[in-house]
Every structure is written in structure tokens, then in C-alpha cells.
Design a protein. Structure first.
Length: 469
């Protein structure tokens, strides 16, 4: 802090770098006799531009005549910088909390819709297998199944956004997907948009390749839309980066280590700050009615977060937009997964099927009995537990829903395993933020599947579990 007095024009003695403007304000205090308080001013010093807080009060002699001023000046540059950083972190926290809240809401809605979808899909599949193929009814049912499949994909997108979907991850060389997307873009975008690729990374990430493709296609499609009127350049860059502790300060979800940086840059119309702040919000879109759902970038955000990565957007009106995505790198390849069995396997084992939705329990019975299984159903986890207690050796396999009243499928599985440790259990759910596949396997659950499950998938999973695969 600097304290100065002004009995004559000596402001320049205190702030020579601020002479003219400072003198004007000093003279104003002397002429009016009124103080100037909390005046924020900028000055240029040998340290660069500094922000100071200045207060000037009139100095009066014994005759109450203003003869000068007394002033106080405090350098608040560092304080303002700290306050700005604090506001930035608070804004990041608020956005993160908002996304988590919306994600939880989306997951809950998806759970209810998944149950409805599972009922529709289940009864249609049962009907398809009881209808002659060369009939109009068979054709109609197949069309309905296709529509249900699209609805299933939509639910998967919502669950991806909320980070509650099961993901089939494996080592993926991202550059292969980038090159494929670049070929698609060059063939599909208008000739007024030039597509450039700068691929410098061979690194592997642990991911679902379909989701990586979805992230890149969404970002590039949006970039194309931003340049569809005037044309421009779309650039996709992939490089290896080493992220240190200092760099993670702006990305709270990142940990120091090796990453690949995927950058999508366009020379389009850009975005104003109010749009940029909401760009990852679900259902937010700048497109006209019918031209977009507003789910694209929110799903991208969910995919990236679920992979322990981060995404950042930069844009100004008229200056184009840049999206930077960071994915953590893995060092070793994992063993390849066994492919799905094409034929629908059968069996004769005894199965206890539990779902609190009566229609889904009925679908389970009607689906599995034609495959040769002896199926007993229950719509209450408490009733199922009591039945199991009476004769623990009666069943070869238990298939239970996860989300049920009174006792969840997870707790039921724990009780069944406590009674009979070798019992085989499949946990089936459409949504759960409280359990993942690793937790299920650690408990002793043999398989973990997501609704709505098609006939071939559940039949294949049952055989793998019963056969010890």
C-alpha cells in the first residue's frame, strides 16, 4: 500500500506512470471537497499492468478550507487474479454438479423406459417365433422389432450420457478410427469444406470403438454444419501428450500421465459465450425445429467422462470452434474377447427367474421354457429368497432383476450365495448407479447383463454361466 498526500501538484512523485489521469481526480477532490472512494484504476509499471484500489479524501485546514488531499493506494492485482480463479473453479463445480444431476435424472427415466421396452421386445420376440415366416404378420412384427432396436439405441445414448451403461471396452488404436472417419467425411461433406488430417499417434486407449467413432463423428458433423453456408477447413489432429500436475488444474477430472489429444477444429461461424457455456447441456441445440435433438454433445461429454478423459470447447463468434478431447493411454493389449455364438443354445436346467415386473417375469418364462429349461418365476425378491431357503438345491441357476422393492437383486444375490456358495447367478438390470460388473463378480455373481436383453443374448449368457465359461 502507498499513502500519498497532495498539497500541490506532486501526484507524479508517487505515481509518475499515472500522472495525467491521477491529477484530474486529485483536482476533482480539491475542487468539490468530496472524497473519491473505492476507485479501481490501472497503471503500467515495470512489472506490467497492475490494478490498484485508490481512495482520495479532501484535506482541510483549521478554517475548514480544502488545501489538499490524503490518498491511499493498494495493489490488488494478485487478489483479483485469485478471485477470478476462484470464480472459474466455482463455475466448473456448478457445471459438474448440474451435469451429475441431469445424468441421475436421465438414468432414472431410462430405467423405467427400459422396463417398458423390455416388455414390448420380449412379447414381440415370443410372437415372432410362433408365427409363420411367409406372412404379413411376421413382416409387421419384424418392423416393430427394428423400431424397438432404435429405441434401445436411444436409451443406450441416454445411459452413456449419465455414465450408467455397460461398455464393452478393449484396446483401440484411435488413429484407425480417425482415418476411417476422415474418409467418410471427405466423401460426404460438400466440396467447399476441405478436410485435413494430422495423425501423429499410434497409442492405444481402453474404449468401446463404437463410442470413439461416435465422439469423432459428432464433433466433425457439428463442425460441418458450422461451415455449410460459407465453406471452410475442418482439421482433425491426433497427438500424444504428457499431462503434468500443472496442466490438470484446468481439468479437475484428469490425472497426470500419458494421454492422446484429439482436436477437431473448424473455421465456421463460431459461438458466443452464452452458447459455449451450455454446449454440453442435454437437449440444448442451436439448430431449428426438427434439425437436432440436442443430445449429441451431451452424449459425447458422457462418453469422454466415462473413459476418465476430458473435453474442452473453445470458440468466438466469427472465429470458428475447437474441441479438444483427452483420452488416457494404455500400455498393453488385452486378450481378445470370445465372439458371440450365432445359434440360440438350449438346455434342460432348472432356473429361478425373478423380476418385480409381472410382465417381464412372464416373458422370462415364455422365452426360456421353449429352449428346454424348467423355469420358476417370482415377482418378489423376498418370496424368491423364502422359496430358495426351503430347498437350496432345487435350482441350477438364478436370474434376478437388480432394482426391486424391499430387497435389491444385489442383496438377494448375496443372501443366496451365503446359503449356497456355488449357486450360479445372473444379475439383470436396465439401470444402476450403485453397482458395476466388477462389484458383481467380486460378490460371486457369474454374469451381468443389461435390459432389454434379446432372446439369443440371454440364451447364450445362460449357457456360458452353466457351462462354466
Amino acid at each position: 500500500m502507498r499513502i500519498f498526500t497532495f498539497m500541490r501538484p506532486l501526484y507524479s512523485d508517487v505515481f509518475p506512470e499515472y500522472k495525467d489521469d491521477g491529477l484530474k481526480k486529485d483536482l476533482e477532490v480539491i475542487q468539490t471537497g468530496k472524497p473519491l472512494l473505492n476507485q479501481k484504476e490501472s497503471i503500467n509499471t515495470f512489472k506490467g499492468e497492475r490494478q490498484i484500489l485508490v481512495e482520495r479524501v479532501p484535506y482541510k485546514d483549521i478554517n475548514n478550507k480544502v488545501t489538499g488531499i490524503i490518498g491511499f493506494a493498494l495493489d490488488v492485482t494478485d487478489l483479483e487474479k485469485a478471485e477470478k480463479e476462484k470464480r472459474k473453479l466455482e463455475a466448473q463445480l456448478q457445471r459438474s454438479q448440474k451435469m451429475e444431476t441431469i445424468g441421475t435424472l436421465a438414468g432414472g427415466i431410462a430405467h423405467d423406459f427400459n422396463n417398458i421396452l423390455a416388455i414390448i421386445m420380449g412379447f414381440i420376440e415370443i410372437s415372432v417365433y410362433n408365427v409363420e415366416k411367409d406372412t404379413q404378420l411376421y413382416t409387421n412384427l419384424q418392423q416393430v422389432l427394428q423400431a424397438v432396436g432404435r429405441a434401445k439405441d436411444l436409451i443406450k445414448q441416454i445411459l452413456t450420457f449419465s455414465r450408467q451403461t455397460a461398455q464393452e471396452r478393449k484396446p483401440v488404436q484411435v488413429k484407425l478410427i480417425v482415418n476411417e472417419v476422415l474418409r467418410l467425411l471427405r466423401a460426404s461433406l460438400p466440396s467447399t469444406i476441405k478436410v485435413h488430417g494430422d495423425i501423429q499417434s499410434d497409442a492405444l486407449v481402453l474404449a468401446d470403438p463404437t463410442q470413439i467413432h461416435q465422439v469423432l463423428m459428432n464433433l466433425c458433423t457439428n463442425a460441418g454444419h458450422a461451415m455449410q453456408e460459407e465453406g471452410g477447413v475442418l482439421e482433425v489432429k491426433l497427438v500424444n501428450v504428457e499431462v503434468d500436475a500443472d496442466r490438470t488444474a484446468d481439468h479437475s477430472s484428469m490425472k497426470p500421465g500419458a494421454y492422446i489429444n484429439l482436436t477437431v477444429n473448424d473455421t465456421g461461424c463460431g459461438m458466443p459465450p452464452q452458447v459455449l457455456d451450455r454446449i454440453f447441456d442435454p437437449f440444448f441445440t442451436t439448430k431449428g425445429p426438427g434439425a437436432g435433438t440436442g443430445m449429441g454433445l451431451s452424449v459425447v461429454h458422457g462418453i469422454v467422462r466415462a473413459m476418465s478423459g476430458t473435453i474442452k470447447a473453445y470458440s468466438e463468434p466469427g472465429q470458428g470452434s475447437t474441441f479438444e478431447v483427452y483420452f488416457p493411454v494404455i500400455e498393453k493389449r488385452l486378450k481378445s474377447q470370445v465372439g458371440d455364438v450365432e445359434a440360440v443354445p438350449t438346455g434342460s436346467e432348472r432356473i429361478l427367474f425373478i423380476d418385480d415386473e409381472p410382465a417381464l417375469a412372464d416373458i422370462g418364462r415364455q422365452t426360456l421354457e421353449p429352449l428346454g429349461y424348467d423355469v420358476t418365476t417370482r415377482t418378489s425378491s423376498i418370496e424368491a429368497l423364502e422359496l430358495f431357503k426351503t430347498r437350496p438345491d432345487r435350482f441350477d441357476l438364478v436370474i434376478t432383476d437388480m432394482t426391486m422393492p424391499n430387497m435389491t437383486g444385489y442383496k438377494l444375490a448375496a443372501e443366496l450365495i451365503r446359503i449356497r456358495p456355488e449357486i450360479r447367478i445372473i444379475l439383470c438390470t436396465g439401470y444402476s448407479a450403485k453397482i458395476d460388473e466388477q462389484q458383481a463378480m467380486a460378490l460371486g455373481i457369474r454374469a451381468f447383463v443389461w435390459k432389454p436383453v434379446v432372446r439369443r443374448d440371454i440364451a447364450t449368457t445362460i449357457r456360458k454361466v452353466l457351462d462354466g465359461n
